[in-house]
Design a protein around this ligand. Structure first.
Ligand code: ZN
Length: 337
């Protein structure tokens, strides 16, 4: 009898679920992440999307051996179980922002879902990306690696001596919220409310704020020789390099893997980041290699799946790379439950 595994990716905008067998990804569905209802709405949506993916794959939910969930963070624990405390999902955490869609403070993901499946593993999207990159991407065989997403937010996940770092509430390496300046008061405010956080200085919204255009347009202008865009990208790359150096000073990684939407411009960013990075303390930086994610566009499927996939599948998947031939995603109407 075949074994089936489900993978879920909960993003601030959309949530994807897929079902895989040893041969590859069988079905995949996505829907906008639900923001209205009560605190159990998102877990119920996850359960529903897994059921939809199962139906498409021609199996029933009871045949799922395990579910791996990769999600936006951070987490808090309620009664020892992981609950989402993500400001872009939980309306009550969004602070002053207008038009919030709900008054949730926590989404009890583990509490709502753990009884429904034989095995459930939940991790934030950067921790699960680090697991996926180490099994199938740019980090294969690396025991000391740091994965960093450079996107709408900044986040990280790391292995040290082959151990995945998680922490007391599974929030290890919220790199976007490290403080980059001691002169807080003058610095931009982060989405979390703090000042001078790495995310507030280099993430996509920071680039847009500084230039007045969205990041793809800023990079396009930079490529066309726009001096103001060039100066901004240089500054942002330099600050990111210093942030990465700070992480390396703590972790002693051998490899840094950079993913996320901003890093799609790695051809422009790499020389700038690398130059600044190696100017930092040579004893710590000299042997570090920086590289671009190999799984970036596939992390929606591979991050959650890598959390639960049996070890016996890994060699086959490394060879056949079935994520590259995944079926088309079925987009579900946002109103369907
Ligand atoms: Zn912050």
């Amino acid at each position: 009898m075949g074994q089936y595994y489900a993978a879920v990716d909960i993003g601030a905008t959309k949530t994807t679920a897929s079902v895989s067998s040893r041969d590859g990804i069988l079905a995949r569905v996505y829907q906008l992440t639900k923001k209205r209802g009560n605190e159990a709405t998102v877990p119920r949506q996850v359960d529903f999307l897994i059921a939809c993916a199962c139906q498409q794959a021609g199996i029933v939910k009871g045949q799922i051996a395990a579910v791996g969930i990769s999600t936006v963070g951070p987490f808090e624990k309620r009664d020892g179980r992981l609950a989402l405390a993500a400001p872009n999902v939980c309306g009550a955490l969004g602070g002053e922002c207008e038009g919030r869609e709900n008054d949730w403070t926590l989404v009890p993901l583990e509490e709502e879902l753990s009884g429904k499946y034989r095995r459930l593993r939940i991790a934030n999207d950067c921790i699960s990306a680090a697991v996926a990159e180490r099994s199938f991407g740019a980090g294969r065989g690396q025991d000391d690696l740091l994965y960093v997403t450079w996107s709408t937010g900044i986040g990280g996940g790391a292995f040290v001596d082959g151990h995945l770092l998680t922490g007391k509430n599974d929030n290890a390496l919220h790199l976007g919220h490290i403080v980059m300046s001691y002169r807080y008061a003058d610095e931009p405010r982060c989405g979390c409310g703090g000042r001078a956080h790495l995310e507030a200085l280099v993430a996509g919204p920071a680039i847009a704020r500084e230039y007045g255009e969205q990041p793809p347009e800023v990079f396009r202008r930079c490529r066309n020789g726009d001096k103001r865009a060039e100066a901004l990208i240089q500054r942002v790359a330099r600050v990111m390099a210093i942030g990465l150096y700070s992480a390396i000073a703590l972790l002693d990684s051998r490899l840094i893997i950079v993913g996320g939407s901003v890093s799609k411009n790695w051809d422009l960013l790499e020389p700038l980041v690398v130059t600044e990075f190696y100017k930092q303390f040579p004893a710590l930086t000299r042997e570090v290699v920086l590289t671009r994610s190999q799984l970036d566009q596939y992390l929606g499927d591979m991050a959650g799946l890598s959390l639960v996939m049996p070890d016996s599948w890994i060699a086959d998947w490394q060879e056949t790379r079935p994520w590259e031939n995944a079926p088309e995603t079925t987009v579900l109407d946002p109103e369907v439950v």
